[in-house]
Design a protein around this ligand. Structure first.
Ligand code: C2E
Ligand code: MG
Ligand code: MG
Ligand code: MG
Length: 285
């Protein structure tokens, strides 16, 4: 290989790196400003109970309405928010805003909120949850905190303490994206989760991949024998719903039931308090 070519390629590589770093730096500055400027918003996606045939919960999903870029996906900014230490204040905002919204929903509808590993490592999380519940008036029993297996990877003792402290408040703990991380089964043994959410990659393949179906069956069995609710994520079709119902799955979430939607749409769908009061047919008490 010619030396000159190598240098040229390296120079090009350096330039590309430089542009990447600059783009990242710009996004970082935008992200810090976004929280102050109120550019974050929560969408909510219903969780549907197949036995009860009604919505029994909604998951809060963070959205960033960027002035130039438009809607930015959480997958694109949450990792960066974690890196630059913004996830704790951002996560606080999510908890407070979501609890305030959910307090208006009917009593049987729970709120699910995602927690990132960095939030989980921050001891102020317990106080934030207590305060979000107290301020909103949402009963602890109606809050589900979703964590992924990655939360449990590092520093097991501290994480276990955090999980138990949160659970002592009366909130429920869900294991999100189950089956995509490591040592899933040992985590289930070491902590009493209230819910397991089967990752959408298994549901996506349920109809044409016998391995995916076998894994779903096994997780449903496991959940049943441990007394844990099992929810299937990413249900997009009637056929997937039927297959899951056939396997005894209790709860599903996915585009087939509803895409994530703005708070007011969800409130209307649920017949939330503010919505009922504003309806002309309701006479004043
Ligand atoms: P997740 O907690 O597993 O949330 C489910 C994701 O699947 C959401 O993506 C949802 O829009 C998407 N989804 C729901 N139904 C379907 C379906 O039928 N088909 C397909 N293909 N996708 C479906 P979203 O909203 O982009 O969020 C991605 C991830 O970002 C979440 O995964 C969660 O890990 C994280 N995230 C979202 N909001 C927050 C937050 O407030 N805090 C933290 N720490 N993480 C969040
Ligand atoms: Mg989730
Ligand atoms: Mg998930
Ligand atoms: Mg996910």
């Amino acid at each position: 290989r010619a030396k000159g070519d190598g240098r040229g390629a390296f120079h090009f590589f350096e330039q590309a790196m430089d542009e990447q770093l600059q783009a990242r730096r710009a996004l970082e500055l935008d992200l810090r400003r976004a929280l102050q400027d109120g550019e974050f918003e929560l969408f909510y996606q219903p969780l549907y109970h197949l036995g009860d045939e009604r919505v029994t919960g909604c998951e809060a999903l963070l959205r960033w309405r960027h002035p130039e870029r438009g809607m930015v996906s959480p997958a694109d900014f949450i990792p960066l928010a974690e890196e630059i230490g913004l996830i704790v204040p951002l996560g606080d905002w999510v908890l407070r805003a979501a609890c305030a919204e959910a307090a208006r929903w009917p009593d049987h509808v729970r709120l699910a909120v995602n927690l990132s590993p960095a939030q989980f490592r921050d001891r102020s999380l317990v106080a934030t949850v207590v305060s979000a519940l107290a301020t909103s008036g949402l009963p602890a029993q109606r809050l589900e905190l979703e964590i992924t297996e990655s939360v449990l990877l590092q520093d097991n003792a501290a994480n276990m303490t955090m999980l138990h402290d949160l659970k002592a408040l009366g909130v429920r703990i869900s294991m999100d994206d189950f089956g995509t991380g490591y040592s899933s089964l040992s985590y289930l043994r070491s902590f009493p989760f209230d819910k397991i959410k089967i990752d959408q990659t298994f549901v996506r393949d349920i109809l044409h991949d016998s391995d995916a179906l076998a894994i779903i069956k096994a997780v449903l069995d496991l959940g049943a024998s441990m007394g844990v609710t099992t929810t299937a994520e990413g249900v997009e079709t009637q056929a997937q719903l039927d297959a899951l119902r056939g396997q005894g799955c209790a709860e599903i979430q996915g585009y087939f039931i509803s895409r994530p939607a703005p708070a007011d749409e969800i409130a209307k769908m649920l017949g939330a308090e503010g919505e009922r009061q504003s309806a002309p047919s309701v006479s004043p008490q």
